[in-house]
Structure formats: C-alpha cells, structure tokens
Design a binder for this molecule. Structure first.
Ligand code: GLA
Ligand code: ZN
Length: 655
C-alpha cells in the first residue's frame, strides 16, 4: 500500500445506473482530479440484492473494471450500513429497539441490531457474494466494512448477549453484584434474567451497570465488525479491512476496534471559518483527531471522508474558502494520513444529502472552484508520494481512555453540568501542538516506552496496572503530568479507599484533601511561586485542594479556602519527574506550562518560536509548516500565504 498517497471519494454509482453517460464521465473526471481510489457502494444493498436472494452484481463488476482500466483502485464496501426495506419488513428483528424498548420502523441507516442472527446471516451472504466475485480483483485493494459503526440496541437478543457478556466478565452473579455495589438501594440480583440494559423506564442509578453496558455495546459493535471481516476472509484470507470512524465518538472504544482492522480511517468534518473559533483552533482540534486515529494503530491512517466544500448538516454548513480544501488535505497527511478521500464523488440528486458538497456538483462541471482545487490537491498528493508510509516519532502521549470517559461522565459528582473531558484534553494537546511537539494518544492498555512525556488528564478511573505503569514511567526518567480528579475509582467504578490520587501519591508527592465544583465562569485565582510559570492563572471546572508530601509547589491558589494550596506542583520521582495540576486553567496557561515542561526534554518540529496561527508538524523526515490563519505569515525567509503549507524533506523544501 506504500509508495503513494491515496486520493479519492465515496463513489455511489448505484444512484446513477440509469445514466450510463454520467458513469462514463465519472471515470474521465476522476482521472482529471488525480483520483486513485474510491470507496465503492457503501449504501448499495438494495441495488445489489433488490429482492431476497437475488444478487445483482454485474453493474458493480463493470464499474470496478472500468475504474481499474483507468488506474483507479477500489476500497470495496460491505453495504451493511443500510439494509433494504424488504429485509426490515420480513425480519423485524434486524431493526433496533430503543432504550425505551420501542422497536424502530424501517428508515434511515446505521440502525440495525448487531446481535440479530438474521442480520448477521444476511450480511454473511452478501459479503461472501461480494468477496467471491470481487475479492481477488486486482483493483480491490481494501474492504470498507460497513459505515460509521455506532449506536445501541436494547432488544431481547441484545439483553441476552449482555447477560452472557457479564457472565464471561465476572464468572458469577456474586461477581456482578460486588462490582456494581448492588447493596446500594437494595439492587442485589439473584438471577441474570433480572439484569436489563439502562432505560428511561428502568435503571440509571447503578453506575457499574451503565459502564458495563457501554463496554458491552462497544464490544458487540466490534464483534459485528469482526463477523463481517471474518466472512470476507473465509473467502479471501488476505483481504485487508478498514472502518471509518468518527470525531470524538463515544460509542465505541476505538483502541479495541483498531486491533481488529488493518487500516484506521476517520471522517473529518470540522466547520472551518466559524466565527466562534480561530482558524488555528479549528486546525488544532482537527489535528488532534488525526493524531488519535494515527495512534490507535500506531501507523498511517486515511482521512476517509471530508467535504471538498461544505456539508449540509451543520447548524451553518460553511463553504471551505479558496485554499482550505488543500490546507486540510495536507494537514491530514502531515499528521499521518496516507489517504485523503471525500464524501462524496458526485452530489446526489435527491434525499438527505442532495446539498452536501461533492467533488462533482449538480452542474457536472470541471471548471468550477471545487473541482479545480480538488484536482490541484490530487496533484500535490502525487508530488508528496515519498511521505506515504512514513511513521511519526514518539514524543509525547496523552492518555485518552474510553472507559475512563464513560465512567467519569456518568458519575454523579462534584459537577454534573459537564466535565468536558475532551475540553480538558484539548487544552493540553493544543499547548503541545503550538509548541511543535508531536502527540500520540494512548489508553490504559498501552505501552508507554519510547515516550518522554505522558499527560494523563482527568484520569478518574485509574486501573491498578496502569498506575503501576505510570509510576514506572516516571521512575525510569519519564516526565508525567497528572491533573485533578485522577485516581478516584477502580476499573469497576468503585471508589478507592484511603488516600487519593490512588497509586500516584508517592510519584506526585502530594495527596488530595478536597475537591469543589465550579460553575461556568467561576474560578479561583492562582499565583506563581516559580518564575518560569505564568504570574497568575484562573483555575476552574473542578478545583482540588491537596496536601504536599514532598512535591514543590510552582503555583498556589490565592483565594478562598483554597489559598496556599498547590495549584501546580512538581516532584522529582526517581529518575523522572511528575507534575500535578489542581484545576482546569485558561488555554494560555498551558502554553507557558508546557514550554517549561518540554524545555530540554523534547525537540519541537520547528527550531524557533512561530508566529500565531503558524503550526509546525513533523512526520518522520518530513516537516510541514502550516499557515492556519487568514493572513499572510512570515517564518524566517519563508513567506506563507493564508492556508499555505510548506513541506520540507530533511530540511529541504519540497513543496
Ligand atoms: C458521514 C457518512 C457519509 C455521509 C457524510 C456526510 O460521514 O459516513 O455517508 O453521510 O457523513 O457528511
Ligand atoms: Zn438487538
């Protein structure tokens, strides 16, 4: 797969079978747009099997052949993301049951039961029919399994699967009762059949149950994906598979799913040019996702979807300004993408997405801005072929753990108005990105070796084994950053007894005394004791009071009953050091904080400080210098137009 960067789009020729002229034109125009791959037939089930058992694949065969003859490869989709009406009608069990136990009607998409044996069987028949016919076609380089897996089903089949999953995890009902602390409100279970998934009419108080339900849903979703993968591999053992994932998606633990696929990919739809965010902030937020999707496999990924112009589903679906499609495509590559693809190739005529941007619009022209810019990006990606496959150096890692997020956000606690886990992560990430430091994401199963800096924001649920890894990491010379609301509960969401942050007290050189929730906008002033720290900062969201047990305070709270308590502390832990942050501070704080933390520890992508809005990203021997701003920028002798990206290979400018 190496040796080139992929450029392409979702291709849905099933919407155009009555227009052979358009299908001809498509291939011609794809060549002009420097397209070398398409994700084919993602929602084509009703065309592939218009009546039960009546498989119609010839149209697809001719599409694949025509693409292949034009040098365009296929990422062949399994169409399981949307099932045909005949199936929903004949087999109600394939339709999901909502949390309120009402079965859905036919409609929409991505709403089938992941447990249903009927659905799995129908999917098997379809996937294997496709695999038999196309699996060995030289044009098929990848399988696109379904589409944007997500959601949950509460049908009887799923309830049973949940109970079986619990039996597996805990061995016995006693184990379940213990893990969920069911003595509370007299919730002891005496029969597995009494256990039901969370519901507005039922359970929403047993945090352990809710957490395990989320784990189960994630497990079942990945299990369904594996089912599809294995059906294909039964016919074509060497088949490579990918799935397209989503922005800050909560419903699946992508670290787990990533273990089961060959290629990670995600669908990137930031609203560029929105008045509530600087362009640099939008760029950093997007970069953070690129880095997450690189990290879940530790290897290059694809940006499977993006719009070349606008979406149609945002509150205001802004058009990308001239240059932005190229900027965002190159940005994906800078962060580890080996593919930049769009949704979709040709704009639909009707239904939900008729106004969603596409490479080819309703006008069908190739001289409009969207097409011209897309083709230009395709050309640039060809020039950047040497970047393909290039890995990123390990520098800093941020812990983003799905179980932690699920548990923390479900818990009734000091602040139920929103904890903003992603917001917290963003502040750390943005500061590192602005300092030109490459960031990976890790979870509690990850190996921390090779990283110089590990940041663990709001690690409320801290597993014993991961606490051990963090301690060892610092002892052996690593730099660790831990925040408030960490080390509170174990992996069953049971509170640790004794001093907290559990497992990290010796490493941090302090212990938690109290924690207080802050209203939006409410903060406590903090002042610096250390000259390298910002002179003052405002702590908010959750403010912790801690007692020092060996750590050095770098900043302290300066008001209220918090006064004098450490706001920022540092502790030499073995050969390394550990920092502690007692609250969430304003974004600028983190830039100064990480400048201090990273100094002499990590090498930034650019040797000198960069002007606001300019970001530097390193990918192996390549460095990308991006002007993420609406005004021209000057970096040494390099003049960058708005949205321009300069690329350097081992110091030499190649773009
Ligand atoms: C998602 C889907 C696509 C399309 C786009 C529109 O990412 O995977 O099928 O609906 O959104 O933005
Ligand atoms: Zn179900």
């Amino acid at each position: 797969m190496n040796g080139r960067l992929w450029h392409g789009a979702d291709y849905n020729p099933d919407q155009w079978l009555d227009r052979p002229d358009i299908l001809e034109r498509d291939v011609e125009m794809m060549r002009k747009a420097h397209v070398n791959v398409v994700s084919l037939g993602i929602f084509a089930w009703s065309t592939l099997e218009p009546r039960e058992g009546d498989y119609q694949l010839d149209w697809m065969a001719s599409v694949i052949d025509r693409l292949y003859a034009a040098g365009i490869s296929v990422d062949l989709a399994t169409p399981s993301g949307a099932r045909p009406a005949w199936m929903a009608q004949k087999y109600p069990e394939v339709r999901r049951v909502n949390a309120d136990r009402v079965r859905q009607l036919f409609g929409d998409r991505q709403n089938h039961c992941y447990t249903s044996p009927v659905y799995r069987e129908k999917v098997r028949l379809m996937d294997q029919t496709l695999a038999r016919r196309f699996g060995r076609h030289p044009g098929v380089v990848m399988w696109h399994i379904s589409n944007e897996f997500g959601g949950e089903c509460h049908c009887a089949l799923c309830q049973q699967a949940f109970r079986d999953w619990l039996k597996d995890r805990y061995g016995s009902l006693e184990g379940v009762n213990r893990a969920w602390n069911t003595k509370f409100w007299s919730h002891d279970y005496t029969d597995f059949a009494q256990i039901e998934s969370p519901s507005p009419q039922g359970e929403h108080a047993m945090h352990g149950l809710i957490l395990d339900w989320k784990r189960f849903v994630s497990h079942q979703t990945t299990d369904f994906m594996k089912w599809e993968r294995d059906c294909i591999r039964e016919i074509v053992p060497e088949a490579k598979v990918c799935v397209n994932m989503m922005y800050r998606f909560d419903g699946v633990d992508y670290f787990d799913m990533a273990k089961e696929i060959d290629l990670a990919s995600w669908d990137s739809y930031p609203t560029w040019h929105k008045p509530t965010q600087t362009l640099e902030e939008t760029a950093i937020d997007t970069a953070m996702m690129h880095d997450l999707f690189y990290s879940i496999k530790g290897q290059p990924f694809w940006q499977m979807e993006c719009t070349p112009s606008m979406t149609n589903w945002q509150s205001v679906s802004k058009n990308k300004k001239p240059g932005m499609n190229i900027f965002s495509g190159l940005q994906a590559v800078a962060h580890g993408a080996d593919g930049v693809l769009y949704f979709q190739w040709r704009q639909s005529r009707g239904a939900f997405e008729k106004f969603h941007g596409a490479v080819v619009g309703h006008d069908g022209r190739e001289d409009n801005r969207v097409f011209v810019e897309t083709a230009k990006l395709g050309e640039l990606l060809e020039r950047l072929a040497p970047v393909a496959g290039e890995r990123k150096e390990k520098q800093a890692a941020i812990v983003h753990d799905w179980s932690n997020k699920w548990a923390m956000e479900e818990a009734q606690g000091p602040r139920n108005a929103g904890l903003g886990y992603w917001e917290e992560i963003t502040r750390h990430y943005a500061a590192l990105a602005r300092n030109g430091i490459g960031v990976d994401f890790v979870n509690q199963d990850s190996d921390l070796s090779g990283y110089k800096l590990v940041v663990a924001p709001m690690l409320y649920m801290l597993r014993e084994d991961f606490a051990e890894k963090l301690r060892a990491f610092a002892e052996q010379g690593g730099t660790l950053v831990v925040t408030y609301w960490s080390g509170v509960v174990d992996e069953s969401d049971l509170c640790y007894l004794g001093d907290t942050p559990h497992g990290l007290i010796d490493t941090l050189g302090l212990r938690r005394l109290e924690i207080d929730g802050m209203f939006d906008g409410e903060t406590r002033r903090c002042v610096a004791l250390d000259p390298a720290m910002p002179r003052s900062a405002q702590g908010g969201t959750l403010c912790e009071v801690a007692a020092l047990e060996g750590a050095t305070p770098l900043m302290v709270y300066d008001e209220d009953y918090f006064k004098g308590s450490p706001a920022v502390a540092m502790h030499e832990a073995g050969a390394g050091r550990a920092y502690y942050l007692a609250a969430r501070f304003e974004p600028d704080f983190y830039k100064a904080f990480y400048a201090r933390v990273c100094d002499a520890l990590l090498t930034p992508a650019w040797p000198k400080p960069l002007p606001d809005g300019v970001l530097a990203v390193r990918r192996g021997r390549f460095t990308f210098l991006e002007n993420a701003s609406d005004v021209p920028a000057q970096v040494d002798e390099i003049a960058l137009a708005p949205y321009e990206t300069a690329v350097f290979e081992a110091g030499e400018r190649i773009l």
